[in-house]
Design a protein around this ligand. Sequence first.
Ligand SMILES: NC(=O)c1ccc[n+]([C@@H]2O[C@H](COP(=O)([O-])OP(=O)(O)OC[C@H]3O[C@@H](n4cnc5c(N)ncnc54)[C@H](OP(=O)(O)O)[C@@H]3O)[C@@H](O)[C@H]2O)c1
Length: 301
Amino acid sequence: MSDPAAPHWFLAGAGHIGTLVACYLQRAGHRVSVLRASARAPIEASLHFHGSGRRQHISLPVHTPATLAAPIEHLIVACKTPYTAKALAGCPLAADATVLRLQNGIGSLDGLLAPTTRLIETVTTNAVTGTATVHEVVAENQSWMGDSGPRPTWFDALTAAWPGLVWTEDIRSAQWRKLVANAAINPLTALHDVDNGALLDDAGLHAHMQRVVTEADTLLTALDAGWPGHSLAMVEAVARATAANTSSMRADLQRGAATEIDAINGWLVAQGARLGMDMPVNAELAERVRAAHKVSHASRR
Ligand SMILES: NC(=O)c1ccc[n+]([C@@H]2O[C@H](COP(=O)([O-])OP(=O)(O)OC[C@H]3O[C@@H](n4cnc5c(N)ncnc54)[C@H](OP(=O)(O)O)[C@@H]3O)[C@@H](O)[C@H]2O)c1
């Protein structure tokens, strides 16, 4: 049952992670509708939670900007980062809207929101795969939500519906940790077409991963002297815990889809340029992934 006092969220990007978050929000009594550019039938999908074996059906009404009765007050952004501008085009946001960003990488909403919009970032180590209608929730680990503002009134009730969700006043540290892991694991596994564990087993790949991490740590320390650095052990732990997994960037390249490289290694390189720092290791990887995408995309046309 939805709670009339709870927010009505509009979801831009009803893929794997967006549908899982819609499910958590519905469990907590929130309303969730999908926002799409053109009218389509309501979404009927199922989630299969591997931890418990439970299966859950989910129905989500679909709106277009033209069918909205009022500007959107609560928006979830869960599309892949390259489609963010397209997904938000023509989306009428209220001046004091709250936007929950669930994407990997950093900066995909830069320049797309009004200064009065509240942007709450979410970093999750949950893992969802599957098809457009069957979402396989492979892992429910930890999720961090936060911004510089106070905890929203709806947050505490949501933790009962969303396993492992915590509020943090230091969301940037969680974002940066995940960014370094993504920057090291995703492009290397994508370019070499290997599982994550190969970065630990192959000495050459491990050395390359170490160079990516060292360069990222140097940049993050230049951005904030309080950054603890020494991220290699953390990245190795992620590669070990996900050793048999295909990274999302590898999967994207395999199917000729756009990758999130610009929001991951590309973000690091852009920050370096802002500070006058060369980032040759990350820049080279980003260029190689962009080139590999062009080839893989063209071969599927
Ligand atoms: N899956 C995970 O386990 C996981 C974990 C942590 C973080 N993330 C992050 O969450 C974000 C979404 O990942 P995901 O795995 O949920 O991706 P996904 O299943 O591919 O879903 C992304 C959604 O983006 C929209 N989209 C795709 N192509 C589009 C296009 N050409 N134009 C406009 N919209 C398009 C679609 O939404 P509509 O069908 O509604 O148009 C699609 O369902 C990414 O930033 C990812 O890094 C994912």
